[in-house]
Design a protein. Sequence first.
Length: 212
Amino acid sequence: MFIKTIILNASPRKNWNTAKLLKSAKEGAQATGAKVEYIDLYDLNFTGCRSCMQCKRKDVERCRCYWKDDLSEIIDKVFSANALLIGTPIYLARPTSKYFAFMERLHFSALSYDDYSNYFKGRVNVGLFVTMNSTKEFYDKMYREKFENYAREFKILNGEISIYSSYNTLQVKDYSKFDMKSFDESKKIAFHDKYFSKDLENAYNLGESLSK
C-alpha cells in the first residue's frame, strides 16, 4: 500500500513563502514514493464547525464530518492518510482563519461526547510549517509557546508531530510600492537570500522523513 501524504496550504497566497515551503516538502514526500495530494484551502468553499451534531449520532461512522461542503472530503482524506503537512502564515499572532476552520472540523469529528476521548485509532504523522515576517527572537518571545500549543492539537492523529518555523520572510516583491516603512527592504532581502534556501531544504527533509 502506498503511503499517502496530504498537504494543506492554509495561506491565501498560492506561490509565496508558505506555499514554497509546502511545495518543497511535497518534493521530499514524493522522493519516498508516497502518493501525495496538495490542496490550497483558500480554493475551497467551507466554514468552521456548524454544530450540526451529525458526527455524534449513534448510527454514523466516526471520524467523519457530515456537513456538505468542500472540506468534508478533505477531512476524510486526512484521517485515511499516513502523513499531513500543513502550513500557515502568522496573522495577528495566530494561524489563518482557514486553518482554524479546518482544525475545528477535524478535531470535533474525532471527539467523543461520551467521555471526551478520541475516536480516531489510526496514526498520521504531522508537519506544521509556520511562516512570519518577525524575527526568530520575536517569535521565541511572543509566539513560540502559542504555536507549540497549536501543534499539540494534532495529538488526535496519534502520530509524530513536528513544527518548522521560517522567520523574517518577505511580504512583497517590491516594498517601494507599499506603505510598509517599518520594514527595511534591503535587510529583508539580505536575510531572505541567506536563509530561505535553507528553509526550503529543511522543508524537503521534513516532508521526506514524515512520509516514510
